[in-house]
Design a binder for this molecule. Structure first.
Ligand code: UDP
Length: 240
């Protein structure tokens, strides 16, 4: 499959048309942003790792019965995916308090929840992706009640599968962000699953004040060792 015209350029990926109107090619870049684009940088090799890792995760989730947009990996950075219409919600699942949750509710990072939580942000850069609830999403016409129900069930199923998967790699899955899309009347898991979109902590360090981040927090918080953290997660995934 060949790249045709560029349809879109986002913060971390470009999207190209293909000869098949049902498919697009996503091309992963090394560019990194944080804090709604205020912090910018490059994480060398990130695009290759995120492309391959996200495809592995999508394939793993498909096997568990979760429908995704993934079609075929073309190269180190390029992947064919189904051309979905993105539901403008960032769906965040959390197992342990961190980041904005800790800040918003005054809960120390590393506090484990008795059950996972879900929250939605309205995907809108101008507004800074504000936190919203189901009723707001309905009122804004972002998704139907049925779609929201499907998205919640799928997101928790993804969490169950990913917790188990990463446990085997000695990684605790703290939280992550998912995006979903509509394709021929069905809701599919879309976007990416990578250290850009998940918090991965070295196993067993979540209940200490000195957790070890293997994810984009190393970039956001200037912790150093950003590239090495991405490489380490990838090594545990693939042995490479
Ligand atoms: N996240 C993301 N994109 C965003 C916001 C958050 O992928 O625009 C991910 C982030 O990597 C983390 C989870 O969602 O794994 C929860 O992030 P949080 O709400 O704590 O926000 P942050 O502290 O990153 O601003």
């Amino acid at each position: 499959m060949q790249k045709k015209e560029q349809l879109y350029e986002g913060k971390a990926k470009k999207v190209f048309a293909t000869e098949n109107p049902d498919y697009v090619i996503v091309s992963y870049k090394d560019d990194a942003t944080a804090f709604n684009g205020l912090k910018k940088g490059t994480i060398s090799g990130k695009g290759v790792i995120n492309n391959k890792m996200s495809n592995m995760m999508m394939a793993m989730l498909e096997k568990k019965g979760i429908p995704t947009h993934f079609v075929e990996q073309l190269s180190d950075r390029d992947t064919v995916v189904k051309k979905v219409q993105i539901v403008p919600l960032e769906v965040i699942i959390r197992n342990v308090a961190a980041g904005s949750f800790s800040k918003r509710y005054g809960v120390p990072e590393g506090t484990k929840f008795s059950a996972p939580t879900i929250e939605f942000s309205y995907k809108n850069d101008e507004l800074g992706d504000p936190l919203i609830n189901d009723y707001h999403a309905l009122a804004l016409g972002l998704a139907t009640a049925q779609e929201i129900d499907t998205i919640k069930k799928m997101a928790f199923a993804v969490n169950d599968a990913m917790i188990e998967f990463f446990k085997q790699l000695n990684i605790d899955l703290i939280d992550f962000k998912l995006e979903f899309g509509r394709f021929k009347g069905q809701i599919l898991l879309a976007d990416e699953i990578s250290p850009d979109t998940c918090r991965f902590w070295e196993a067993g360090t979540w209940d200490t004040t000195k957790h070890v981040s293997l994810d984009k927090d190393r970039f956001r918080r200037d912790l150093g060792g950003v590239e090495d953290a991405y490489k380490e997660v990838f090594k545990r995934l693939t042995g490479e």
